[in-house]
Design a protein around this ligand. Sequence first.
Ligand code: ZN
Length: 187
Amino acid sequence: MDIKKVEGLIRELLIEIGEDPEREGLKKTPYRVAKAYEFLTGGYKKNIKEVINNAVFESEVNNMIIARDIEVYSLCEHHMLPFFGKCHIGYIAENKVLGVSKLARIVDLFARRLQIQERLTSQIAEAVMEEAGASGVGVVMECRHLCMMMRGVEKQNSVMTTSSVLGSLRTEDAARAEFLQLINRQL
Ligand code: ZN
């Protein structure tokens, strides 16, 4: 990302909304906004192999592994406003498990892009399925969208829930029930 160029664009934006980019409080704002966007959209510059970085380990047992309440912060692609909440991931290991921090890193990889919640949820599920070589994956995400809360319908308390269920968690009722019980949510 060309920071200088984005600084210029934000400066223009400040003028268009009726602000004075030269006033004290705004002088460094274009730079700060550019740096913030660079970070918040950093997922475009990374790929899944870098994120996993070989942290896949052999495992004797094929259990269901659950990570609950992973924080999610993303930007909606319609308004470029934040949406944020929690992500719950479960997968059934097939002799391989992912390092503990990796599920959170996978979430960030896809969340730090312009997104819709539905696509973010399925991208995370597909990545876990692929990288863990899991036989089944379930992802449930619950988020609040500032574009709904601050503008438009101004629904302050609505939480959007999305899910993506793949493999044996899709086909086997018992496995799916176990997953839902473990994340303590009902769909
Ligand atoms: Zn939006």
